[in-house]
Design a protein around this ligand. Sequence first.
Ligand code: FAD
Length: 390
Amino acid sequence: LPPFDPDDPLGIDDLLEPEDLAVRTTVRQWAADRVLPHIADWYERGELPGIRELTRELGSLGALGMSLTGYGCAGASAVQYGLACLELEAADSGIRSLVSVQGSLAMYAIHRFGSEEQKQQWLPRMASGEVIGCFGLTEPDHGSDPAGMRTYAKRDGTDWVLTGRKMWITNGSVAGVAVVWARTDEGVRGFAVPTDAPGFSAPEIKHKWSLRASVTSELVLDEVRLPADAVLPEVTGLRGPLSCLSHARYGIIWGALGAARASFASALEYARTREQFGRPIGGFQLTQAKLADMAVELHKGVLLAHHLGRRMDAGRLRPEQVSFGKLNNVREAIEICRTARTILGANGISLEYPVMRHATNLESVLTYEGTVEMHQLVLGKALTGLDAFR
Ligand code: FAD
């Protein structure tokens, strides 16, 4: 039998191809070099300095729009994309959020629903990291229920004129293009809005206690005039943004486990070396129970992510299955981080260790891309056939 590997107790790596392992190693190394040495400082300052350079480096790695094909995208498998998300989030959820929003929301929307001209105009520069994208769906008064959105686009001759506000938009203040969803006379439509358009502004949201190394913004659209060809032609209705969200949620199923893995590793190392009552705290049964339960949930989550990744690669992943994964893996990841925090005692609350940073980051991850309750309602509806949303 192969020996027991504490990093991979179930032997899940056996499911990976050599190319998958290469992607994982590359992204892990990049995060170790470029993010980990600075992240505590960035987090404390509430900034992501050098975001443009970091984004270009992520573009060089092929991590932006990674599972899309053509237009400079890497055309990687869903499993490889997932592995990259996990490695990025093991450094910080803010970095993974940057990549998710760029690739799975902004680029995915243009790739799936854009015209050939829009794809040519935006995607190669977004894949290289030259242009950052954001995705504006949430509004101050409409989060879980985007059907009530107030931002609207009206026709004026052949032009469109957009008015409204979007809230909590990742990458907003640094974006060169904003994919904005607005109501129109025909239903909800998506627009590729160049952020230098007159009437567009994106003030940054400050005073966050979560995802502090991530840019989060309000989008203000004050009669932004756009040419006819700014609308994404291939979709009308909420199906558009929801299918983008499904793609991004898939990455989060993997990503959240990165935060959990880093916190678990920190707690395991601490438990082995910290001594109380004359012996390492890892020798106490209560600590071992915590570590065993954390490892069980962490690696069950990885197995689930793998399973869903293979379904996505086979074109068989249903939205309800994405909800299943997002609900379980983010909820378990935050529990792992919180338990890790207890093992580190007082040191657990310090930025010297990563666990509290990961735990507070996951508070956002628990809420965005569909709250826990929304995914319970999706599954509840699928199980019972009864719609409990309203
Ligand atoms: P609400 O919808 O007001 O929900 C509040 C509470 O009520 C939740 O617990 C919710 O589950 C519960 N609730 C609501 N309806 C029901 C119901 N029917 N039954 C039971 N419970 C219910 N949005 C974007 O568009 N683009 C982004 O890039 C983006 N980035 C984000 C980054 C961060 C850091 C954060 C925190 C959020 C981001 N969001 C983004 C917004 C995010 O998607 C929303 O916050 C989320 O959808 C929830 O909306 P809300 O905050 O308005 O909460």
